[in-house]
Design a protein around this ligand. Structure first.
Ligand code: SAH
Length: 338
């Protein structure tokens, strides 16, 4: 669904009253009615105009994949140009209902361990295509009286390479007459696009920022994340310091554990010294196996050791709970199969 203001404009341009748009938004976002024909307050000619010119959904589900425990649901969506993207709903025991959204079709960043990186980049998503991923799940949950309360930009694509549409989509998600998701319940994850981080710190200081760090040095980072040649670690860390200065918000550094690449005790000490004194959290991510050759995840013992080094150096750490492995919904594995 497009912005309320676009809907109002479309209506007034066609001689209808703008408040009809508010009725649509109320029916769609509050009551969960996703068909203009079922919106009983609308006159027939308004239904016809909107049905023809303002489809409620810009994306269409073509495949559903629920995990055996029901905690995750991955949907493959088709876009108007037949491109495919995926989004995942994760229902956590603590009541969080989180949608992981894609921001691009494919990705141009080419991280060596990431399944999306092995696909080529096709195009940016529009804000509507991003927000509709959340709307889709929100309508499902609406039926049982639940709602989506968290959104993470951790699906396919690099959100900061699609900055404008990403920011519009955040505004759509936050809109109190639409999905009404709190800024602090939205997290954008980037591989370290410095200009994007700078802009974001000024424009979205209440939205959470996560940075895919994955290495304590340029040497290792260059090997697994080509973007780090463009935005080296010292510049990235300086930008992170500035971000914290501006927003007074903690940064989450994601660190995916790759056997023999970035998971040694030495690497943990290097990471600890890189982050010492910084307002941050390290989110250690157990690697979800993909079909990529030469990349394996670290074992539990390695992960624990790594975590303990960070803890003993007073760095805040969490280890990500991985959901949805049986449906290939784990991060970086979206839409690769088709
Ligand atoms: N482009 C953004 C967001 C998409 S990926 C970014 O780079 O942050 C979301 C997270 O999943 C990133 O930290 C990414 O490095 C990580 N990831 C990718 N493939 C993974 C895999 N197979 N297992 C675990 N994490 C993975």
């Amino acid at each position: 669904m497009k912005f309320l203001s676009d809907l109002r404009l479309k209506l007034t341009k066609n001689g209808f009253q703008a408040y009809r748009a508010n009725q649509v938004f109320k029916d769609l976002f509050k009551k969960g009615i996703d068909d203009y024909n079922e919106m009983t307050t609308l006159p027939a000619d308004v239904k016809e105009l909107l049905g023809k010119n303002m489809p409620i959904f810009s994306i269409h589900p073509v495949q559903e994949n629920k995990s055996s425990d029901g905690a995750t649901n991955k949907i493959l969506f088709k876009l108007s140009d037949d491109s495919l993207i995926e989004a995942v709903l994760m229902k956590f025991n603590d009541g969080r209902n989180t949608v992981c959204v894609s921001s691009q079709v494919g990705c141009a960043m080419n991280c060596k361990f990431c399944a999306t990186g092995t696909l080529s980049f096709t195009r940016n998503l529009t804000y509507e295509e991003i927000a509709d991923q959340v709307l889709y799940f929100s309508l499902i949950l609406n039926k049982t009286g639940e709602r989506i309360n968290h959104v993470v930009y951790m699906g396919m694509g690099e959100p900061f390479m699609n900055y404008d549409e990403m920011s519009k989509s955040i505004n759509m998600l936050r809109d109190s007459v639409a999905l009404n998701i709190g800024s602090r319940n939205i997290t954008v994850s980037t591989c370290g696009i410095i200009p994007g981080i700078k802009k974001f710190s000024k424009e979205f200081d209440q939205v959470n920022l996560a940075i895919s760090l994955h290495a304590p040095s340029d040497e290792i980072r260059n090997e697994i994340m080509p973007i780090s040649k463009k935005y080296p670690l010292d510049q990235l860390m300086k930008t992170c310091e500035d971000y914290i200065q501006t927003t007074h918000r903690r940064i989450t550094f994601e660190y995916v554990m790759l056997a023999g690449i970035n998971d040694s005790e030495k690497n943990a000490y290097e990471l600890a010294s890189l982050l010492r004194g910084m307002l941050c959290l390290v989110n250690i991510i157990p690697y979800n196996e993909t079909s990529i050759k030469n990349i394996k995840g670290s074992d539990k013992k390695k992960i624990n050791k790594f975590k303990n080094v960070l803890l003993s150096n007073h760095i805040q750490v969490t280890v990500r709970v991985s959901l949805g492995q049986d449906i290939n919904a784990a991060c970086g594995q979206l839409a690769g199969k088709k």
